[in-house]
Design a protein around this ligand. Structure first.
Ligand code: CUA
Length: 157
């Protein structure tokens, strides 16, 4: 009789342990570790860029004394506008989005580099010096034409 009672106790204890184990595994799967708690909402409709104020006509726009905004669309397999023409000795903020899949936007030989995600707008600001021609490449694999996806950034004085 006493032995039987102990067995019940052990049985209960092992069931409790199993439940705790399952609980910890489940909690681990949904709990802290890496948990995204906030992200900006998609700021653009990738399927309707031609209706978007900023991206319907990819362009470089003067926004201040020596400041420019460049609205760039990446798509399989190129960039618009191409070339991106920038005035020398200026500050340029690029707003880059994608019309289809994830692309990269890298001005070759500079630290201007970002990932381009459909539905989101990547923003980066650069200081532009003298007249020069730069290559523009995609550095995220985006399909069969990835290796030929390139453009030009021409700084003109
Ligand atoms: Cu676009 Cu790789």
């Amino acid at each position: 009789m006493h032995i039987h009672a102990y067995e019940k106790l052990w049985l209960a204890a092992s069931i409790l342990l199993i439940l705790l184990l399952i609980g910890s595994v489940t909690y681990g799967a949904v709990g802290p570790g890496v948990a995204m708690v906030a992200d900006s909402e998609p700021t653009v409709n990738a399927q309707a860029l031609d209706e978007d104020e900023r991206f319907s006509e990819p362009r470089v726009e003067r926004v201040g004394e020596n400041e420019y905004a460049a609205y760039v669309v990446a798509r399989q397999f190129g960039f618009q506008p191409d070339p991106i023409v920038l005035p020398a000795n200026s500050t340029v903020t690029f707003y880059v989005t994608s019309a289809d899949v994830i692309h990269g936007f890298e001005v070759v030989g500079t630290n201007a580099n970002t990932m381009v995600v459909p539905g989101e707008v990547s923003e980066l600001t650069v200081e532009v010096d003298g007249a020069e021609e730069y290559g523009l490449i995609c550095n995220e694999y985006c399909g069969a034409g990835h290796h030929v996806m390139e453009g030009k950034v021409n700084v003109v004085s």
